[in-house]
Design a protein around this ligand. Structure first.
Ligand SMILES: [Zn+2]
Ligand SMILES: [Zn+2]
Length: 376
């Protein structure tokens, strides 16, 4: 009996010992897993930690494949868009020379012929010159060799190089652009410091040309439109008569091919010019507002955000590149004297813009303008 009791107590002691060991082992395992988890989390955080990481960065990362697709499509479609601009502009010019010019020479008084000849050709030269210069002139990039000379305000995350003031990275061109405005698919080029003036002048002269064509071709357009309507009516009547009568041949058309082509060309040119005048005119006015404020399209968004942020703090935002409305236009067009307005703005000119695009100090033409005010 006693031996049995001793055996039971021995078994119980062994069982309790096993339980204690198992408990200790289970705690050890839990602690080990916990330590591994903490270590892994620390490793992960130290690898991916970014003080700039926020909701916007996460959203950017999610949309990265879409941006990539849009960038590549825009890059390849740029060539198509440039071809489209050249084709459409050339078609209108051909219509003017083939259809309108003989008419103007025959019917208009000499003074009007002279005006149309001078103005039309000046406008055409300005459009062609500025478009050619806008697509062939490089917008400007920060120097790659002497990076120490660049007064940088930040570092480009894509190029890993210093970024001067007003410089932004273009994901389509895959490089940093000085005083970047935007990437224009119609130019297949970025609009930056060195070709911004050509881009704006192209818009301005193209709008002027389209308005001039639409206004001077107003009467002709309505005549051509009425003729086309008449043409359709006569064609319908002709087919109706042909269906009811037994002709050996269908009757000849009332309008010749030449007449049809003439009227349709006039309507096409007028509709195209009016549409371009409206769309491009609106864009040109918007860019005029930006230039008057001393901002680029990108800076417009940045400055608006900054203005809102400072307003909440009770501060007033001041654009550091705003030299006053007239000063901004002088800097933009690169005009310093009164003569320059004619030679550099109203005539084709390849003069470089003010400054290198790397530093933005107060230019001399603006400093002179402000001097009397400072003296007072
Ligand atoms: Zn860059
Ligand atoms: Zn670009």
């Amino acid at each position: 009996m006693r031996s049995r009791q001793r055996m039971y107590s021995a078994v119980m002691r062994f069982f309790l010992k096993c339980l204690r060991i198992g408990q200790r082992r289970r705690f050890w395992l839990t602690r080990h897993v916990q330590q591994l988890w903490l270590y892994g989390r620390l490793c992960m955080r130290s690898l991916v930690y970014n003080s700039f990481a926020d909701g916007d960065t996460a959203l950017d990362a999610l949309f990265e494949p879409i941006y990539w697709l849009v960038d590549h499509v825009t890059r390849w479609f740029g060539v198509v868009f440039v071809a489209l601009v050249i084709t459409l502009t050339s078609s209108v010019v051909v219509i003017v020379y083939v259809c309108l010019l003989p008419l103007v020479l025959q019917t208009y008084p000499l003074l009007w012929v002279f005006w149309h000849f001078i103005y039309g050709h000046w406008n055409l030269v300005m459009i062609v010159f500025h478009y050619y210069m806008a697509i062939t002139t490089q917008p400007g990039c920060p120097p790659q060799q002497s990076k120490s000379d660049v007064v940088a305000v930040s570092i480009c995350r894509k190029c890993i190089s210093p970024k001067p003031a007003r410089t932004h990275h273009c994901s389509i061109c895959n490089r940093c652009i000085l005083k970047m405005d935007h990437h224009c698919p119609w130019l297949n080029n970025c609009v930056g410091h060195f070709n911004h003036r050509y881009f704006f002048s192209f818009m301005l002269f193209m709008t002027m040309g389209c308005i001039y064509s639409s206004v001077s071709g107003w009467d002709l357009f309505w005549e051509a439109y009425a003729a086309i309507e008449k043409m359709k009516l006569l064609d319908k009547e002709r087919l109706h008569v042909a269906a009811n009568q037994t002709y050996s041949q269908t009757p000849p058309p009332t309008f010749s091919f030449r007449q049809r082509a003439f009227h349709k060309s006039i309507v096409y040119a007028w509709v195209l010019c009016s549409s371009v005048a409206l769309a491009l005119g609106a864009l040109m006015i918007w860019h005029s507002v930006l230039i008057t404020r001393g901002e680029t399209s990108i800076e417009r968004h940045i400055n608006r955000k900054e203005k809102r942020r400072l307003r909440l703090k009770g501060k007033v935002f001041r654009n550091p590149y705003n030299y006053g409305p007239l000063g901004n236009w002088k800097v933009f067009l690169g005009v310093e004297t009164q003569r320059h307005w004619i030679t550099r703005f109203l005539l084709p000119s390849t003069h470089p813009p003010y400054g290198t695009g790397l530093n933005w100090d107060t230019p001399p033409c603006v400093a002179e303008q402000k001097a009397p005010l400072l003296a007072i």
